[in-house]
Design a protein around this ligand. Structure first.
Ligand code: SF4
Ligand code: MG
Length: 331
């Protein structure tokens, strides 16, 4: 089986020449059928840009300057407009952050669904069949069919809009759904509901999911695989289990874990990460996390640490974390 989606040595740049910044640098990631892949990190680490690059919808002036994205083995960059439109609607679909922005405020949800069905004639036998499937999807995202069909954007709450956006994104049977911060703008009850809905869609529709979040608690609830980004690069990838329990861990991931409110400590034992994500135009030499890292040593300020995989494929980019692994590995 080829992976559903594969990102290979991808770099996304904003601007040209010496002033250009690389929002994503040399990232490789594979999404297999059935995966729920999280992309996690603080804001400004390139997570959304990486997610947008998966459908080549990076907001200008951002553009892919190295590497490639393949959907089922086909390079996005080599597709014509109509092939790309087909992939974007019917193979990989995206729900942007604050999904509300993607609605047209002057038409009803139903009218927008009909427009989509007309633009992609042939996916369903008829507009009526497509409409029936959309109603089924509304049930799956736990929204009342009749009311939503006739609703305008301003008549829906934030939580409802997010679920309508998910239902619309699934209309043409994509096998992969990408979501940017799907729970961020929502209150706790709506966050729970969206996570629950996504878990159910994953199993009911055989849907693969990639989602971007800054919140490791959401990762623990939903993901089975995790990619952690820092300042444009991957610093750790693995299963949820590896990320949370393997002692070989990137210090940034340890810091993110310490920043999760602990229920045991009554929500009080939260340690925010000191310092800030570096400005991408003024990256430190060596490891990008060094200015904030409690374990930094002189080598860290000289040489950027490579991502090193163990036998199971859990990767970490840290000189200290990989010390034992590299010593134990014949080179
Ligand atoms: Fe910290 Fe050094 Fe590891 Fe970077 S390479 S995370 S500075 S210990
Ligand atoms: Mg973002």
């Amino acid at each position: 089986h080829p992976p559903l989606l594969s990102v290979n040595d991808l770099t996304v740049s904003f601007g040209n020449g010496p002033g250009a910044i690389r929002a994503v640098e040399d990232v490789s990631l594979q999404v297999r059928p059935g995966d729920i892949q999280a992309i996690v990190g603080e804001s400004g680490c390139g997570k959304s840009t990486l997610a947008y690059s998966m459908l080549d919808v990076i907001p200008p002036p951002g553009r892919i300057t190295a590497g490639r994205v393949e959907v089922l083995g086909r390079n996005l960059a080599s597709m014509n407009r109509s092939q790309l439109n087909h992939v974007r609607a019917a193979e990989v679909s995206i729900v942007f952050q604050a999904a509300m922005n993607s609605f047209n405020p002057v038409t009803t949800v139903g009218r927008q669904v009909e427009d989509l069905l007309e633009a992609h004639e042939g996916v369903f036998e008829s507009v009526a069949a497509g409409r029936a499937y959309f109603e089924e999807l509304l049930g799956m995202v736990r929204l009342p069919t009749q009311r939503i069909w006739r609703a305008y954007e301003h008549q829906l709450s934030g939580g409802m809009k997010q679920r309508v956006a998910i239902a619309i994104a699934l209309l043409l049977h994509p096998s992969l759904l990408i979501l940017d911060e799907p729970t961020t703008a929502l209150d706790v009850l709506n966050q729970r509901l969206v996570l629950d809905v996504l878990r159910n869609l994953h199993s009911a529709l055989d849907l693969s999911i990639v989602f971007v979040t800054h919140d490791l608690a959401v990762v623990a609830e939903l993901a089975d695989r995790v990619a952690v980004m820092y300042a444009g690069r991957l610093v750790e990838t693995g299963t949820v289990d590896e990320i949370f329990t393997d002692p070989r861990r990137h210090p940034y991931v340890s810091a993110l874990i310490s920043a999760i409110p602990s229920v045991l400590a009554g929500g009080l034992d939260v340690r925010p990460i000191p310092g800030q994500v570096p400005n991408l135009a003024e990256l430190p030499r060596g490891c990008r996390f060094a200015p904030r890292c409690p374990l930094a040593m002189p080598l860290c300020r000289e040489t950027e640490p490579p991502l090193v995989a163990d036998r199971s494929g859990h990767t970490v980019a840290c000189h200290v974390a990989n010390e034992n692994l590299l010593e134990g590995t014949p080179r």
